[in-house]
Write a protein that binds this ligand. Structure first.
Ligand SMILES: *Cc1c(COP(=O)(O)O)cnc(C)c1O
Length: 383
């Protein structure tokens, strides 16, 4: 009998993507139950998911949406932000962040980022506050929290609302408290690439001075029942409610949030052990307590051809992403007057950043594989 030794020996390990969701079998069973139940849109599962999110946020009011972008947009509306208003935010973010500001007719005013945290430079915020500034929209990039004490000190001094873009930081902590448990508005995303997912989806933590019934009307066509039980519409709403199908996924995912976060922190720590220091990479802030390690991002040495690097890693079976080019350099934002050189730190990071694989189902051997591929690509191939 001849054994196919050669074909076994030549089998390469499967491609390692930069992220992949972890959906367990009980969750899949729950989704099937919803599909069989006959009630697919927002119903009992949405209420159950919102209650679970509220418990996670230590009793605060939480409402769900069909995207994180919808949660952010409705937060801006609830905060009364509109035309002629300015909102201060980071240029180093997913473009949804400034896009939602434009969506409500306001102007995003970018402030450069801090080179270590890669989040909005809070020491530069006050110099950008003007008579039209109404809100701060900070982003916890890669799940590393913006300094909440400094943030809220600035906000209260200048009487600004805060909409925390916590799309990437569910599971992260600030001084032992979960992100979402305190603060003004806090928006989460459950996009498929986030630490926990509903496929697509989002949630908003609503402060006490805001009417949650108004939030629900904004989410679904402005519709409500008046005292007689008749339907009425008093505001222009949107169509951005979550389905019970998605909520069933979210309920199963939220149960595992702390386990998944713990695993990401372990893997991130292992990256720091494995990445050789002589490769000229700038590593992310080594925070294994507060960050939820939504992404593991390194900055390539200055002069590296990023496109060639990504291709070379792909040849090694490793998926690498780019999150994100500085948003003010996109064509749309240049038409608002932004130009290269405006935010040099964000531009430098945006040009050099790459996202290495990091997701809860990865093994330590996978991290080693990435590190070996990095050495081969950066030291030998000379990208
Ligand atoms: C994912 C994300 C969003 C938007 O969330 P969606 O669910 O995709 O609409 C907003 N801001 C940041 C920083 C994000 O990463």
């Amino acid at each position: 009998m001849t054994e196919p030794i050669i074909s076994i020996a030549m089998t390469s390990p499967p491609f390692l993507p930069f992220t992949r969701p972890s959906i367990d079998e009980p969750t899949i069973t729950e989704v099937a139950q919803v599909l069989r139940s006959g009630w697919l849109t927002g119903g009992p599962k949405v209420l159950e998911f919102e209650a679970a999110l509220s418990r996670y946020c230590q009793g605060r009011t939480v409402r769900t949406f069909n995207s994180g972008s919808a949660a952010l947009t409705i937060a801006l509306r609830l905060a009364g932000i509109g035309p002629d208003d300015e909102v201060l935010t980071s240029p180093l973010t997913w473009v949804a962040t400034p896009n939602v500001v434009l969506e409500v007719g306001a102007r995003p005013v970018f402030v450069d980022v801090d080179p270590v945290s890669r989040n909005i430079d809070l020491s530069a915020v006050e110099a950008n506050i003007g008579p039209r500034t109404r809100a701060l929209l900070p982003v916890d990039l890669a799940g590393l929290p913006v300094n909440r004490e400094l943030l809220y000190a600035i906000a209260s001094k200048h009487r600004l609302r805060v909409i925390e873009d916590a799309a990437q930081s569910l599971g992260a902590q600030w001084h032992g408290q979960p992100i979402g448990a305190s603060g003004d508005f806090v928006a989460f995303s459950f996009h498929a690439n986030k630490n926990i997912t509903t496929g697509e989806g989002g949630a908003l933590v609503i402060p006490d001075d805001i009417d949650s019934a108004l939030c629900e009307r904004m989410r679904l066509q402005g519709v409500f029942r008046n005292q007689n039980g008749d339907m009425d519409v008093d505001i222009r709403g949107t169509k951005s409610n979550l389905t019970d199908i998605a909520a069933a996924i979210g309920i199963g995912q939220l149960k595992r949030l702390s386990e998944l976060t713990h695993r990401r922190r372990e893997l991130a720590r292992y990256y720091f052990e494995c990445i050789r220091q002589d490769m000229g990479l700038d590593l992310p802030a080594a925070d294994f307590v507060q960050s939820n390690w939504h992404m593991f991002q390194v900055l390539l040495p200055i002069g590296t051809d990023r496109r060639a690097f990504i291709e070379a890693m792909k040849t090694e079976g490793i998926g690498v992403g780019v999150h994100y080019p500085a948003a003010h350099l996109f064509t749309l934002y240049r038409t608002l007057g932004y130009a290269p050189g405006d935010f040099p730190v964000a531009e430098d990071i945006g040009r050099r950043t790459v996202t290495l694989p990091l997701f809860a189902a990865m093994s330590h051997a996978d991290v080693q594989r990435v590190c070996i591929a990095l050495e081969k690509t950066l030291l030998n191939a000379g990208c």
